[in-house]
Design a protein around this ligand. Structure first.
Ligand code: AMP
Length: 278
């Protein structure tokens, strides 16, 4: 992959890159279209499909994470992506089975809250794999989804802090007709769980209405109200709601317009996240 990227670079082609864990949906495809738009028809678009073990905790759904490479490749062929990079664990983490892999990237500020608090070492895995993929794919531009808002902030920080010569584009979240953010994990939402999952979007909309009406609202009171709303669904378990400054991710005690909110909720056994600007 790296050799091919070098060859492309020598011809002057720009490289656009979209890292994914596969089981692709329209949200993923929108990132690839954005990447194509960024590099033009003479550029090259690379998509990686790799379910990265180091970003999953031992208790999480790594082995059960949905996979359908055949279908993914069909979608990517239709989209005229140039290369699909699908490395194996032993290629990405050489020596890990023998306990020799020992270099990781740790972002130390933005990754402490929200997803980082609920999933310790998740962002260490994310930053490490993205850095490795950047070194392999050598992209000029990489596209990430706003769906994973904190992840995008951490990647932008890492690129700046470690001088990766990559422009990061953050693309909007694609939603189902009822507001549920598209996600590979939505596959697990069977029966009534699918309806209950719309509570994340309802929580966001409720907050947007409150902020629009009142101008400023105490974060603690809003969190308590949203927790109640979420737990009114029989199979929903509240993980967190946070209100914060979009650039620094610093939590705010008073929620106003322009602030950002993010939340995580278990619907049955499936953990869903979402976020929006207020
Ligand atoms: P994943 O395969 O879940 O690791 O996601 C790969 C990329 O797709 C990440 O940059 C995600 O933020 C992005 N993504 C996931 N869901 C959506 C969505 N509904 N809309 C737009 N981008 C998304």
């Amino acid at each position: 992959m790296q050799r091919l990227a070098r060859k492309w670079q020598r011809t002057g082609a720009r490289i656009g890159f979209v890292p994914t864990m596969g089981y692709l949906h329209a949200g993923h495809l929108s990132l690839m279209k954005r990447a194509r738009q960024a590099v033009g028809k003479n550029g090259k678009v690379v998509v990686s499909i790799y379910v990265n073990p180091t970003q999953f905790a031992p208790t999480e759904d790594l082995s059960k994470y949905p996979r359908d490479l055949k279908h993914d490749l069909k979608l990517l062929r239709e989209l005229k992506v140039d290369v699909v990079f699908t490395p194996s664990d032993s290629e990405m983490y050489p020596g890990k089975a023998e306990n020799r892999f020992s270099t990781y990237i740790v972002e130390e500020k933005l990754s402490r809250t929200m997803e980082g608090a609920s999933r310790p070492s998740h962002f260490r895995g994310v930053a490490t794999i993205v850095a490795k993929l950047f070194n392999i794919v050598l992209p000029d531009v990489a596209v990430f989804g706003q769906k994973d808002f904190q992840q995008a902030a951490i990647i932008k920080r890492m690129v700046c802090d470690l001088n990766f010569p990559v422009k990061i584009i953050v693309a909007p979240t694609l939603r189902e007709a009822d507001g549920l953010a598209m996600s590979s994990r939505n596959k697990y939402l069977t029966g009534d769980l699918r309806r209950q999952a719309t509570v994340l979007w309802r929580a966001i909309q409720t907050t947007q209405t409150i902020v629009k009406k009142s101008g400023t609202f105490p974060a603690a009171k809003l969190k308590a109200e949203l927790k109640r709303l979420i737990e009114s669904e029989p199979d929903a378990r509240f993980d967190y709601v946070e209100f914060f400054e979009p650039d620094t991710l610093t939590p705010v005690s008073k929620v106003t317009r322009g602030m950002h909110m993010a939340l995580a909720v278990f619907i049955g056994k499936t953990r869903l996240i979402d976020n929006a600007q207020l």
